[in-house]
Design a protein around this ligand. Structure first.
Ligand code: ADP
Ligand code: MG
Length: 697
C-alpha cells in the first residue's frame, strides 16, 4: 500500500505528481508520509475579537465583514475590510490579490478568519488572512493542529503550498490503517519508555490534537531513527567480531616487561593504563581489533602505541605506525628509537624519501621478519611492502583514514592485523556514536601530571607590537615561539605571498644574528622543510614561522608561545590542534589569537570558546554546534547522519537512550530471534535497500 506511486493518491494528478517527485523527492505514499511538517498552526478554537491583545500572535476568529474599501495608490494600494463580532472589530488588509478578494468577499456575510496579528497605531490588523465563508461545522474549530509543510516556489504556484500539502497527507492517512504502519520496536521498549505506537506516531506527527501529542509523536520517531541506526551499527560490529580473525597477543613477555620496568620514563596516567587494558582485551581474544583512540593533544598516545607494539613483538608479530606527514613520521621514529635504544628491538623509518639502498634493506628485513617495527608515511601501504607477519597497524592523527585504506593494510597479512586509529581531533561523543559507531572507541581524558594550562588571549592587530615585545621577552628567557599563518585565499600563490609578507614582518622585529627564524610551508621540497623543522626542534632557531603544516603531532617542549595570525579564519578544532603544540614542557605557555578588528558572530564565538577553555571535548561540542554535523569533514557521506527528524546535537539525550537500549537488546539476543524482537528483524530485513542484516545471515 505505502509503496504505491504518489499519482495514485486522490488529488494528485500527473502534473502535481511530477512536481512532487522533482521538487521534494516524493515518489510514493510513504515518501509523503515521511515528509514531515515543520510547524503547526492552532485553529482548534475561535477567539473573540476582544480577546486580542498586544501579545497575540496567530489567531482564528469569526465575524461579519463590512466597510470594504480600496485605499492608496500604486505600491501602497490595498484593500481593507472590517471584521466584526459581538465583542469588537479588527481590520483585515490585502496588498495582493485585491481583485479576487473584491469579487469573492461580500459585505454583510459571516467569515472564518485566520492569520497573524499586527498592531498599527494601536489598532489590531491581520494582513493577508486566510479567509473562508462560515459554515456551521467550523463553529467548534478544527479538532487538530493544522500542519504546515516545507515546500517550494514551483509547488506553491501549482496549488501546493505548505498547508495544501496537508490536505494530501490527510487524504492518505484516511486511506490507510494501522496494519500499513506496523510496529517495529519490541514491546518491552515501548512499555519501558512509554512510547506511542508507530501508527499513532505517524498520525500525530502530522495531525496532533495538541502540542503534547505532537511532542510524543516526535519523540517516538526520533527514538526510532536513532535506535534502528544503533542496532545496525551494533550488528556490523558483532558481525566483524564474529567473522574476523585476529592475531592473538596472549602473553606479555620480555619486550613489554623489560621496557615497562626499566625504560618507561614516567608513570602512566590512569587513562593510559585503562586504554592499554582495553587494547589487551581486544588483542587477546582472537578477533581483529578495530579501535579508535581519541586523546587530546599531549595526552600521551605515542607511549600507548609503543607499548602495544611491544606487546605484538612479544607474540612474534611485526607492527607498523603510520603518520600523515614526513615530519611526524620522522619524529615518531626518532622518539621511539631513543626510548628503545637499550632494547634489542629493531625499528626503522620508511617514507617516500627513504633512499633506495636503505629501502631495499628495510623491505627485505620486513619480508624475512627481522624487523620488529616500522614507522612511516603512506609509503607503508604501497605495493612492494610485504611483511612476514604483520600483527598490528597503528594509524596516527588520521581518524579520516578510510575503510578502503585500512583494508589495504589488512591485505598485507593472512590474518588481518589489529588496527588502532589514534587521533587528537576531539570527536564529540554523539558523533563518535553515529559516524564512527562501527569502531570500538577509547578516550584518554587525562593529561600527564605537571602540565600547566595554556593561557589563551585574544588581541587585535592594533596590539601587534605589544605581542612582538612579549615574544621577545620570552625568547630572551630561552623559550621558542610559533607564528602561524592561515591558508585563506583560494589561490596558493596569494597564500604564499601572505606568508612571505608575514615572514618579512617578523624578521624586522627579530633581526639576525641575535634571532634566527625557521620557515616551513607546503611549497617547500620535503628536505628543506625537514631541515628547517629540525633546526627549530634542536633550538637553533627561536621562531618558527609556518602555515598549518605543523598542525599535527609535532613536539617541541621548549616552545611556549603560539601566535595564530588571522585566527578568525580558522575553525575551532584547528585552533585547538595548533594550540596543542605548546604547553608540552614545564614552562608556562601562551596562545595568542591575533585577529582583525571586525569579527562576525561565529568567529567571535570561536575565539571566545578558545579563550575560555582548554578542554578538547568542550571545543568539539561547540564546533559541532556552530558548524552542524553535515560540515564535519568525512562524515557527510557516511550516511550515519542522515536522520530525518533526529539531530545528534539537540537530541543527544534521546541518542544516549537509544544506544543503551540497542546495546542491551543485542547483548541478550544478537540474532534478534526472540519472539518479541522478530518485528525488528523483519523491519530491518524489509527496509528499503540492503541492510547490514542481509550481509549477516
Ligand atoms: P599525543 O597524545 O598528543 O600524541 P604524545 O604522545 O606526543 O601526545 O605525548 C606528549 C608528551 O607527554 C611527550 O613528551 C610524552 O613523553 C609525555 N608523556 C606521555 N605520557 C606521559 C605520562 N604518563 N607522564 C608524563 N609525561 C608523559
Ligand atoms: Mg601524537
Amino acid at each position: 500500500m505505502l509503496d504505491s506511486p504518489i499519482e495514485y493518491l486522490k488529488g494528485v494528478g500527473p502534473l502535481k505528481a511530477d512536481l512532487l517527485k522533482k521538487e521534494l523527492s516524493i515518489f510514493t505514499f510513504s515518501d509523503l508520509l515521511e515528509h514531515f511538517p515543520n510547524r503547526h498552526v492552532d485553529k482548534t478554537s475561535i477567539s473573540a475579537i476582544t480577546d486580542i491583545h498586544a501579545g497575540t500572535d496567530f489567531i482564528q476568529t469569526a465575524g461579519i465583514i463590512d466597510n470594504i474599501v480600496i485605499l492608496g495608490e500604486k505600491r501602497s494600494k490595498r484593500l481593507v475590510a472590517q471584521l466584526r463580532d459581538r465583542t469588537g472589530t479588527i481590520e483585515l488588509c490585502w496588498f495582493q490579490g485585491i481583485h479576487w478578494i473584491e469579487k469573492n468577499i461580500h459585505a454583510g456575510k459571516l467569515y472564518l478568519v485566520f492569520g497573524k496579528v499586527a498592531f498599527f497605531n494601536g489598532k489590531a490588523q491581520i494582513t493577508h488572512p486566510e479567509i473562508e465563508p462560515w459554515v456551521a461545522e467550523t463553529a467548534e474549530g478544527k479538532n487538530f493542529l493544522e500542519p504546515v509543510y516545507p515546500t517550494t516556489e514551483k509547488l506553491k504556484a501549482k496549488g501546493l503550498n505548505g498547508k495544501q500539502i496537508g490536505k494530501l497527507t490527510m487524504a492518505l492517512i484516511e486511506m490507510i490503517s494501522p496494519k500499513d504502519i506496523p510496529e517495529n520496536l519490541p514491546n518491552h521498549i515501548l512499555e519501558n519508555l512509554i512510547l506511542l505506537s508507530r501508527w499513532e506516531a505517524y498520525c500525530f506527527i502530522h495531525f496532533p490534537k495538541n502540542q503534547l501529542e505532537y511532542d510524543k509523536a516526535l519523540y517516538r520517531l526520533k527514538f526510532e531513527e536513532f535506535f534502528v541506526a544503533q542496532v545496525k551499527l551494533g550488528l556490523t560490529r558483532l558481525r566483524r567480531h564474529k567473522h574476523s580473525k585476529g592475531a592473538i597477543f596472549e602473553k606479555v613477555g620480555e619486550y613489554f616487561n623489560t621496557f615497562y620496568t626499566k625504560y618507561l620514563p614516567f608513570e602512566l596516567t590512569g587513562a593510559q593504563k585503562r586504554v592499554l587494558k582495553e587494547i589487551r582485551t581486544d588483542t587477546g581474544r582472537g578477533i581483529q581489533m578495530n579501535r579508535l583512540l581519541q586523546g587530546d593533544v599531549g595526552s600521551g598516545k605515542t607511549i600507548v602505541a609503543l607499548l602495544t607494539m611491544l606487546l605484538a613483538a612479544d607474540n612474534g608479530y611485526q607492527s607498523c605506525l603510520m603518520a600523515p606527514t614526513e615530519i611526524l613520521a620522522t619524529q615518531h621514529f626518532l622518539g621511539l628509537s631513543e626510548l628503545l635504544k637499550d632494547m634489542p628491538v629493531n625499528i626503522r623509518l620508511l617514507t617516500g624519501n627513504t633512499k633506495t639502498a636503505a629501502r631495499r634493506e628495510i623491505l627485505s628485513q620486513l619480508a624475512e621478519g627481522s624487523l620488529h617495527m616500522v614507522t612511516g608515511t603512506h609509503a607503508l601501504i604501497e605495493d612492494p611492502v610485504v611483511f612476514k607477519n604483520l600483527g598490528l597497524s597503528i594509524i596516527d592523527e588520521q581518524h579520516r583514514f578510510g575503510v578502503a585504506q585500512r583494508a589495504k593494510l589488512w591485505a598485507k597479512a593472512a590474518i588481518h592485523p589489529h588496527v588502532l586509529v589514534m587521533t587528537a581531533t576531539p570527536i564529540p561523543r554523539t558523533l563518535a556514536m553515529t559516524a564512527y559507531g562501527d569502531l570500538d572507541y577509547s578516550v584518554m581524558d587525562e593529561l600527564p601530571p605537571g602540565r600547566k594550562p595554556i593561557t589563551t588571549v585574544h588581541r587585535n592587530e592594533m596590539y601587534r607590537v605589544k605581542v612582538m615585545d612579549f615574544i621577545r621577552s620570552e625568547i630572551d628567557h630561552g623559550r621558542q615561539a610559533y607564528i602561524i599563518f592561515p591558508l585563506i585565499e583560494e589561490s596558493e600563490k596569494l597564500d604564499y605571498e601572505n606568508l612571505m609578507d608575514g615572514y618579512e614582518h617578523v624578521k624586522a622585529f627579530f633581526p639576525e644574528p641575535k634571532y634566527w627564524i625557521s620557515m616551513v610551508h607546503g611549497r617547500q621540497p620535503a628536505d628543506i622543510k625537514e631541515t628547517n623543522m629540525k633546526r627549530f626542534v634542536k633550538g637553533d632557531t627561536q621562531i618558527m614561522v609556518s602555515t598549518t603544516v605543523i598542525e599535527v603531532g609535532v613536539n617541541v617542549p621548549n616552545a611556549s608561545i603560539m601566535v595564530i595570525e588571522n585566527a578568525e579564519k580558522f575553525g575551532l578544532s584547528q585552533l585547538h590542534q595548533l594550540r596543542g603544540r605548546v604547553g608540552r614542557g614545564s614552562d608556562k605557555s601562551y596562545c595568542i589569537l591575533l585577529t582583525g578588528t571586525k569579527l562576525n558572530n561565529d568567529a567571535r564565538e570561536r575565539i571566545k570558546t578558545m579563550c575560555s577553555t582548554n578542554d578538547g571535548f568542550k571545543i568539539a561540542e561547540k564546533d559541532l554546534e556552530l558548524r552542524g554535523p553535515g560540515d564535519i569533514e568525512g562524515t557527510r557521506q557516511s550516511g550515519a547522519l542522515n536522520f530525518k527528524l533526529a539531530n545528534i546535537i539537540s537530541d543527544k539525550e534521546i541518542l544516549e537512550k537509544a544506544k543503551k537500549e540497542a546495546e542491551m537488546l543485542l547483548s541478550k539476543d544478537e540474532e534478534l530471534s526472540s519472539a518479541e524482537n522478530l518485528i525488528l528483524k523483519n523491519y530491518l530485513l524489509h527496509k528499503k535497500g540492503k541492510t547490514v542484516w542481509s550481509k549477516i545471515s
